[in-house]
Design a protein around this ligand. Structure first.
Ligand code: UTP
Length: 276
């Protein structure tokens, strides 16, 4: 039912400088796969095949990654090494990719609004590839959310419990628990100090959004740091309609920070070692 996934990938990735000076943060590899490929695979697992990517200057490597490299294919055809391309080949066969550029980096809300031209008037998923998510044994995080969308038919944000001292890194929600791990959002605050945080439930980089969010974003004034915040738009949507917050089953690695990136690398290495 959700067929499109938007990947805002225009940010500067300053926390990974100098690595991200000429290379997109989304192309940093955890083991042998770039972050954005994990995101695309998670979307595919949720039944999505239309990938829409908001890029910016210096992000061309993302487009090249999701395309055939004839020279390379020719070089390794029939050799031992062909297997290394299997996962990306499958993605290219199954999915379509479309791109648009965010000219000025005016925040996540602005990046999502820039993606309207690729999404149109349908509900869609959003993945921030620097949040690397592993679901539970049954399904990935976005697949869990797509299932929930069938029931509630409204925007959904993924949340996790955080240490309240970290509240200023996240959008924080408050709301009424409707069923186990599912909340109806009453309020949202972007990056509050611990004393102003309405709860310890933090929004992470997975969303399902209904398309009215675009019109709301167009009328939302810039918030913290002069950026157009998706949290402000969702707050309006929660008042007009309903927004659900979902405590996902699984684990998230904050690969936008060096610490989270190292943690993910170690965890994936251990998983890989067990498999082989
Ligand atoms: P972040 O703030 O985590 O990413 O934005 P960043 O700005 O690239 O990283 P730092 O803080 O400088 O290290 C969350 C997500 O939103 C996208 C980013 O690419 C990232 O996936 N984003 C953010 C945009 O696409 N455009 C923006 O204007 C801002």
């Amino acid at each position: 039912m959700i067929t499109k996934c938007l990947f805002p990938a225009a940010g500067y990735g300053t926390r990974f400088l100098p690595a991200t000076k000429a290379m997109p943060k989304e192309m940093l590899p955890v083991l042998t796969k770039p972050l954005i490929q994990y995101g695309v695979e998670e979307a595919m697992e949720a039944g999505i095949t239309e990938m829409a990517i908001v890029t910016g200057r210096g992000k061309r490597a993302i487009e090249d990654h999701f395309d055939i490299s004839y020279e390379l294919e020719h070089q390794i055809k029939g050799t031992e090494k062909e297997k290394y391309l299997a996962s990306i080949r499958n993605i290219i066969d199954v999915c379509s990719f479309s791109y648009t550029r965010q000219i000025e980096m005016k925040g996540l809300g602005h990046a999502i609004l820039t993606g309207e031209t690729l999404i149109g008037n349908v509900p869609f998923a959003v993945i921030l590839a620097d949040d690397l998510c592993v679901g539970n044994k049954d399904s990935g995080v976005l697949a869990q959310m797509a299932e929930l969308y069938k029931k509630y038919r409204c925007s959904i944000v993924a949340i996790e419990e955080i240490d309240i001292n970290d509240s200023s890194k996240y959008g924080i929600i408050s709301g009424k628990e409707l069923e186990d791990g599912v909340y109806m959002v009453a309020d949202m605050v972007e990056k509050p100090s611990p004393k102003d945080a309405p709860s310890n439930l933090a929004i992470i980089g997975r969303y399902i959004l209904t398309p009215d969010i675009f019109e709301i974003l167009r009328h939302t004034p810039s918030g913290k740091n002069g950026e157009l915040q998706i949290t402000d738009a969702l707050k309006t949507q929660a008042k007009n309609n309903m927004v659900i917050a979902y405590k996902f089953k699984g684990k998230r690695f904050d690969c936008g920070s060096v610490e989270g990136f190292v943690e993910a690398t170690n965890a994936f290495y251990e998983i890989d070692k067990k498999k082989s």
